[in-house]
Design a protein around this ligand. Structure first.
Ligand code: FDA
Length: 302
């Protein structure tokens, strides 16, 4: 119930302006977001790389309403990728892209998003790194997988995210478990109807394990994106004799566990940066009462 309320607030312009304008929000946001500028992104990447962690960088933004905003997002990624290459970090860091940020919701959005994502892939190829497409709400799943297919024809290393809370995902895992296919498996962070998604957490967890089995038995490159100790242990068991897979967690969450897993050489951190942090931040609050308590405590104590 609280989760649904927070996810609804994530889409509300009134809540957005309230939360964004509060001077007390920013220090809390900094726990989950590297900072506003590309320099912050590079600094945090360097720090994480220094402790043996790999990184995927997300230029925040998901409410792109015109072509100019989409073009600005592409420009931000191209600049970031050039900086990663210049700083010698391109072998430690890739980028994650939300298709809504590069125009998926505009008229003729699938074509616009494909063209823009292609430009980001070209910049990633020039920098010597990779791109993973984030997955948003279920109304975009087919379109996002369509863009993935097109991009992979030219850039076979483009990764995809699949969400275990969707009932379709076990089959999507089967379809994408082919050689070279990078698949980031997460539980899913949006408010979805029971017609398409498992409503119970225990069902989502069971689906996650089924999907993990499919990916680990397949020939692709599984990216196990979770903070859940049980899923981490199951992945360790399923993947113990398997080369080519990694754990992934979000920046600011379970830092000690991230460092421990980095010791095994397969830990990547998802690092968001930029001004458009509202939707991302609200989804983190919705995920976990402790995150919300941390936020409320900071607001109350200033
Ligand atoms: P869950 O939230 O069920 O937590 C399970 C357990 O993990 C908890 O009981 C606790 O033990 C531990 N835990 C979780 N958070 C903790 C914390 N803050 N501190 C301590 N312990 C904690 N979603 C999406 O819809 N589309 C996407 O593209 C992505 N992309 C993405 C990339 C990466 C790299 C990650 C890690 C996650 C995403 N997500 C996502 C978000 C994802 O769907 C999901 O909402 C969160 O990862 C939370 O789910 P968990 O698997 O961590 O389990």
């Amino acid at each position: 119930m609280l989760r649904t309320a927070l996810l609804t607030a994530a889409g509300s312009p009134a809540c957005r302006s309230l939360v964004e304008r509060s001077p007390l929000t920013r220090p809390v946001v900094r726990r989950f977001v590297a900072g506003a500028g590309v320099d912050d992104a590079i600094t945090v990447t360097r720090e994480l790389a220094g402790s043996g962690r790999l990184v995927t960088l997300d230029h925040l933004g998901e409410d792109t309403t015109d072509a100019a905003m989409a073009a600005a997002t592409v420009k931000a990624y191209v600049e970031l990728l050039a900086l990663l290459a210049d700083s010698g970090l391109a072998d430690r860091a890739e980028v994650s892209v939300k298709l809504s940020a590069v125009g998926q919701r505009l008229p003729d959005g699938d074509r616009v998003a494909l063209d823009n994502a292609r430009r980001i892939c070209e910049a990633a190829a020039a920098a010597g790194t990779t791109v993973t497409l984030d997955m948003e709400d279920h109304t975009t799943t087919d379109a996002t997988l369509g863009v993935l297919r097109e991009l992979r024809a030219d850039f076979p290393w483009v990764g995809a995210v699949l969400q275990a809370y969707l009932k379709r995902t076990e089959q999507d895992c089967r379809d994408l478990a082919y050689p070279g296919s990078r698949v980031r498996l997460c539980k899913g962070a949006y408010s979805e109807p029971p017609s398409v998604a498992y409503p119970d957490k225990s069902e989502v967890d069971r689906s996650y394990v089924r999907c993990l089995r499919v990916l680990m038995a397949g020939e692709g490159y599984p990216m196990v994106a979770t903070h859940d100790p049980r899923m981490i242990a199951i992945a360790a068991e399923l993947g113990k004799d398997r080369p080519g897979w990694e754990y992934q967690m979000l920046y600011g969450i379970r830092d000690a566990e991230q460092r421990r897993l980095a010791g095994g050489g397969r830990m990547r951190v998802y690092v968001p940066y930029g001004d458009e942090w509202y939707g991302y931040f609200m989804r983190r609050l919705a995920e976990r009462p402790a995150n919300l308590a941390f936020f409320l405590r900071a607001l109350l104590t200033g």
